[in-house]
Every structure is written in C-alpha cells, then in structure tokens.
Design a protein around this ligand. Sequence first.
Ligand SMILES: [Zn+2]
Length: 196
Amino acid sequence: MIASQLLTQDELALLFEGDQNQPMYVYQDTVPAELQVLKNNCVAIDPRDENVKMLIARMYKTVTDGDRAGVGIAAPQVGFNRRLFLVKRFDKANEPFEFFLNPQIIWYSSLLQQGEEGCLSIENRYEAVYRSMTIQLTYFDLEGNQYQEVVEGYTAVIMQHEYDHLNGILFTDRIVEQAQREYEDATIETPLVYEV
Ligand SMILES: [Zn+2]
C-alpha cells in the first residue's frame, strides 16, 4: 500500500489560483524552475482528498484545450509532483479521457512498439520512442478502490509516457537512453487459419 497524503497548502493555493474554469499553465522544459518540477519523483495522492476532483477537472480542461490539446497529461506538468495522470482511451468506444490515481505499471511486455511522441511540456519536438506493446497496471479511483488492467497498443504508449512523468522521466530522456541500445526486429508470424 502506498502512503497517501492530502494536498498541501501550497498545492491548494496553486489549484485554486485564478479562474478554475480555465486550463492550467503547462510547465515547460525550457524554464529551469519548471524543468526541476518535471524532473522530480512524484509522491502518492490521497484518493479521498476532496480537492483531487478539482485537480482532475482542471487537468482535463488543460489537456482538452483547443489547439494545445493532447492525448494525456500528468500532474507534474501543471505543477503538482503527485502520482496522477489522465489518458485518452483510444482502446474504448468514444475514446474517453480517464484518470489514474497512484498508478503502478506492474508488468511490461518485452515485445516493443515504436511510435512518434510529443509532449505538452516540450515544444516542437516529435520523435520515435520504443515502448512496450502491452502493459499491466494497477490504479485507484476516488473512493480508494484499486483496479488492475491490461492495456495494449497506442493507449499503452500514452500510459507509459505519462507514467514516466511521475518518475521525472521525459520522452527525450528515453530517446537518449534508447540511442545506446540495439533493438532487434521481431518476426510476427502469420496467424494460423483454423478450418472448422
Ligand atoms: Zn509528456
């Protein structure tokens, strides 16, 4: 069990600053003080903290904000070093955004996929990153119930990108790390056709 903490006074001040119906400012890697927040390891959040709903609502407003919309956002990107992210579920009907409190990726497939990534905190950079094809994760809802799910494909890519944010890792860090490694192409066998 992760030790959870209520939002601090400083965090509440940031959360309730300005017009709460407006998107929040997204921290940028080009600003040293903001990069520091992006590089921090995040701490657990108390799912039953009443203020968490507002944080989720404001992050949703931010990630769906017109021209600057994204497919996922993590709490450190709006200044909260907390274990929370929102992800657009391309693997579900109507592709809803869902939030994940205190997520933990407990299994990564060794089979990888490579796709272009960008980040709301890194302007004008889009590059290919290797990610696991399939992951298994656990997370909590606002009542403190824990769930476990297996996710694959593009939605799994977004989750791995956002999960990295909670550990202070940016996709540009992954590019540097992956440049040192060699990858083998997998041979995907043609599915068998069963005659019935
Ligand atoms: Zn990002």
